[in-house]
Ligand binder design. Structure first.
Ligand code: GAP
Length: 438
């Protein structure tokens, strides 16, 4: 299985999905850059999430809060005091590890020497605003996007007067100084989250929890994660985050083991209460139905973008023999595939073919932007390359399209990625065929 991970990492680099961050300077641990197909894949995942978690509902409101926030936000939320992992250090080689990740917590996994006693290591990145470097000017890079949602609760309520239950959603970067970043884009120091804080009356939390649980499974299916690879884990009480009284981890069968993909948490009214205390601002909600002011409780579906990208790549990776030739392809869901169809002239040195293919390309691209022009190498190589980036269709314009065989005039070859099968399709039907799988 680890072999599969190596293949996915290699394909991601080779085909322009994900590159090691700052690679020309030797890299930076826990930081990766997305390349052209990676950013398209990631954007498609984020857009799909936004449609399913925000736009298709009428009880959701989006925000895009700043990454830098007043440090009092993180004092009130409990992150300054409690957002930490247990750190141990080898007394000989001085390497550092997360104590809870070690099979033998008494010996260094690198050199076997004794390890220090664990100490709590706060994972927030600290920096300074303005020209002063004193403590008063220090701020944190947000460790979760949730903080920006809670801090804007009153703004959204005052501006839009939403009725309970309602939610606020945000997609954005978060930063965690992980002790041991690992497993490619699984455990990062700079990551991206898609989060909802869904505000409810206390008595409604269980119902809302169940509703979002279903939506999260629907999203897993929509991004092409097979049900058999997604599992729920009820987080034991002793492992719950400081703000939660119930959490389910959605786990995925990554090549390096079954690991957390997303989380669904009941955060009670911990956050709004602590922000009310910390800020001194009344964050209560006037519940017209109950004729009383309340501090709403919160259900939080929290999804990591990068872990979703990795799960989608792992689930889609395939090797087979096609026409006696070994090939690698990504069976990505067409909804998230970075390229929906590639358009090629059969031969690139025949101007009449190129001109016709360009016309098909331009027409399709007007309505389906993720259409790619591909005239690199011969047609076999183009198919292999498009297979490797998960393009569902390849469209080839040949001499029959121009009328060499009269009954095939204005038809093209449409090749299916997964089966490799090719069929003749009228140009006028191409748009419908591609749209039908999106
Ligand atoms: N607001 C709740 C929250 O942040 P979390 O379980 O710490 O909860 C939520 O993180 C999700 O963010 C995780 O399920 C995972 O998808 C993603 N995530 C967390 N830490 C990560 C890291 N170091 N690298 C990549 N993704 C991470």
């Amino acid at each position: 299985m680890q072999d599969l991970m190596e293949k996915v990492v290699s394909l991601a680099k080779r085909r322009g999905f994900v590159f090691p961050g700052s690679e020309i300077y030797g890299g930076l641990a826990g930081v990766y850059d997305y390349g052209p197909f990676g950013v398209a894949l990631k954007n498609n995942i984020k857009q799909l999430w936004w449609r399913m978690f925000v736009e298709r509902r009428d009880d959701m409101y989006g925000v895009d809060a700043a990454i830098l926030m007043n440090s009092k936000v993180w004092e009130a939320s409990g992150h300054v005091a409690g957002f930490s992992d247990p750190l141990v250090e080898c007394e000989k080689c001085r390497r550092r590890f997360r104590a809870d990740h070690l099979t033998d917590p008494s010996a260094c996994p690198e050199c076997g020497s004794a390890l220090s006693e664990p100490r709590q290591f706060n994972m927030m990145f600290k920096t300074h605003v303005g020209a002063s470097e004193d403590e008063a000017a220090s701020v944190y890079l947000r460790p979760e996007t949730a903080g920006g949602i809670f801090a804007n609760f009153k703004n959204v309520v005052d501006a839009l007067h939403p009725k309970l239950p309602f939610g606020i959603a945000q997609i954005g970067k978060a930063f965690r100084n992980e002790i041991a970043p690992r497993d490619f884009i699984f455990r990062l120091r700079e990551l991206e989250q898609m989060e909802v804080e869904y505000f409810v009356r206390e008595g409604d939390w269980e119902r809302a929890f169940e509703e979002w649980r279903v939506v999260m499974h629907e999203f897993a299916t929509a991004v092409g994660l097979p049900e058999r690879m997604v599992h729920e884990l009820a987080v034991p009480t002793e492992d719950l985050a400081h703000y939660s009284t119930r959490t389910i981890d959605f786990e995925f069968d990554y090549p390096f083991g079954r690991k957390e993909l997303w989380g669904l948490a009941y955060r009670t009214n911990f956050d709004l209460s602590t922000h009310e205390k910390g800020s001194g601002v009344d964050l209560k909600y006037m519940d017209e139905e109950m004729k009383t002011k309340i501090v709403p409780h919160v259900i939080e579906p929290s999804l990591g973008v990068d872990r979703t990208v990795l799960a989608a790549l792992v689930a889609a990776y395939r090797e087979d023999d096609l026409g006696g030739e070994k090939r690698v392809y990504l069976a990505l869901s067409p909804k998230i595939a970075p390229v929906k169809a590639a358009v090629s002239p059969l031969l690139k040195n025949k101007p009449e073919l190129v001109e016709h293919a360009r016309q098909v390309y331009r027409t399709l691209k007007k309505d389906i932007p993720q259409i790619m022009w591909d005239d690199n190498g011969n047609i076999g190589k183009r198919y292999r390359r498009q297979d490797e980036i998960g393009t569902p269709f390849c469209i080839t314009i040949d001499f029959d399209t121009l009328g060499e065989t009269p009954k095939l005039k204005d038809t093209v070859t449409l090749r299916d990625r997964d089966s490799g099968e090719q069929e003749r399709v009228p140009i006028a039907e191409l748009f419908g065929r591609i749209r039908s799988v999106l």
